[in-house]
Design a protein around this ligand. Structure first.
Ligand SMILES: *Cc1c(COP(=O)(O)O)cnc(C)c1O
Length: 426
């Protein structure tokens, strides 16, 4: 696609930023070509550096559930900015936000705000290890929980049980205390608990996986995690950084009716600003400093601008919003299925609420091994076809697309038409 201005900016960026970006997936390496530099965004539309408009299905990788530049959120941030940008002292807004999160997520009795999802998961694990006095962390292949050392095992590749680091710079010794198992595999988890249960501090899971494409939990999977943790005295952590406030107001735990011990939040709860949180059972959260011995701190934690955006966003998450997202999601899902059939392409569409993935392989995709079998080259061609037709889809087969409430039915229909066209010509 020709977007000379973005291409030019990306070349300049590559000289001064690794890959020309501040977060790797933005570089479009999985699909090739240059990323679109964004000039502005409003509602469901992004405007690229050359002035072209795109229908957005990335939503800043999750936060933008209301659409971009939602007027009341923007006004709240502007208001807050006039009162000062950061104090490093407590504010009323933080209390309101904590109370709101506890209202939305009944499993959360106490909560701590941080500035990114990575910090939330890293800190939740430290709290779990501190509370149990045990070393081992269990995650699932293809599950991404941020970039902290002990979670960079099988965060989107391979399928071994024993931890090998997914990144250079992560010492073997650190991932030796991590285990990674296939998603949706309760017997594998039972096995692991039978062998090492006395040493397991926590099991962390994306309750609907979104970082290997959208992969829903099978009946009994989430329940099995909580049951096994309960029995062994380990901590069940739902990483709802992506799913929290997206799949329901109270996240996947509300949607599936399963109660974890700790929850990690981010993305939507920050309303587009750098804010995330972890919280849960009081006896565990009381281990966190200054109440307890588990140290965790942040200069900009609970930043007043971020808190203002968070409160203004959470305020607008009414049940009708989720009904609307469900309707729009179902329309897109059906349209994409039809487009696949029409183009005679082997693929499947997986969706939970407003998270959706078209995998270029026959379904169902139950875990990372399945997802990894997708035809990524075909995905890359389809992605380029969508971009040419004004649809901004996540630039990787392994990232879920997100719908926002700012989308209209005509946007969905235009997207389906573009998707069908791109399938036929790629
Ligand atoms: C995005 C994400 C994270 C990391 O959040 P950052 O704010 O990017 O650090 C952690 N867990 C899940 C499930 C995520 O989707």
């Amino acid at each position: 696609m020709s977007d000379p201005r973005s291409e030019q900016l990306h070349r300049r960026a590559e000289a001064v930023l690794p890959g020309g970006v501040n977060s790797p997936v933005r570089a479009f390496r999985a699909v090739g070509g240059h990323p679109v530099f964004i000039e502005s965004a409003r509602g469901a539309r992004l405007v690229g550096a050359d002035g072209r408009e795109y229908i957005d299905f990335v939503g800043s990788w999750g936060p933008a559930i209301l659409g971009h530049a939602e007027p009341t959120v923007v006004a709240a941030v502007q208001q807050a900015a006039t009162r000062g940008l950061s104090f490093g002292a407590p504010t009323e807004g933080e209390v309101l936000l904590a109370e709101k999160l506890i209202e939305l997520f009944p499993s959360i009795e106490m909560v701590r705000c941080v500035s990114s999802g990575t910090e939330a998961t890293m800190s939740a694990l430290r709290a779990a290890r501190g509370a149990t006095g045990r070393p081992l962390i269990v995650k699932f292949d293809g599950g991404y929980h941020g970039h902290s050392d002990c979670l960079l095992v099988q965060a989107g590749s391979g399928a071994a049980t024993f931890g090998t680091p997914d990144s250079a710079g992560v010492p073997e010794e650190i991932v030796r205390s991590s285990r990674s198992l296939p998603y949706n595999d309760v017997p594998a988890l039972e096995d692991l608990f039978a062998r090492e249960g006395a040493h397991i501090a926590a099991v962390i899971v994306e309750p609907v996986a979104g970082n290997m494409g959208c992969v829903p939990p099978e009946p009994g999977f989430l329940e099995g995690i909580v049951r096994l943790c309960d029995a062994a005295g380990a901590v069940a952590i739902f990483d709802e950084v992506m799913t929290g406030c997206r799949l329901a107001r109270g996240g996947a735990q509300e949607r599936y009716g399963v109660t974890p011990h700790l929850t990690c939040l981010g993305k939507i709860v920050g309303g587009g600003m750098p804010l995330a949180a972890y919280g849960g059972r009081r006896d565990i959260m009381e281990r966190v400093a200054p109440l307890g011995p588990v140290y965790q701190a942040g200069t900009l934690s609970g930043n007043p601008l971020a808190v203002a955006a968070a409160l203004a966003t959470l305020e607008q998450l009414r049940p009708e919003l989720y009904e609307r997202l469900e309707t729009l999601g179902a329309r897109l899902e059906a349209g994409l299925r039809e487009a696949l059939a029409g183009a005679r392409v082997d693929g499947c569409v997986q969706r939970v609420g407003s998270m959706i993935t078209l995998f270029f392989r026959p379904g169902p995709v139950r875990n990372w091994a399945d997802a990894a079998g997708s035809d990524r080259e075909r995905f890359a061609r389809w992605h380029a076809g969508l971009l040419e037709r004004g649809v901004y889809w996540p630039p990787s087969q392994f990232e879920a697309a997100f719908l926002s409430a700012a989308l209209g039915e005509e946007d969905i229909d235009r997207t389906i038409a573009a998707a069908a066209d791109a399938l036929r010509s790629s």
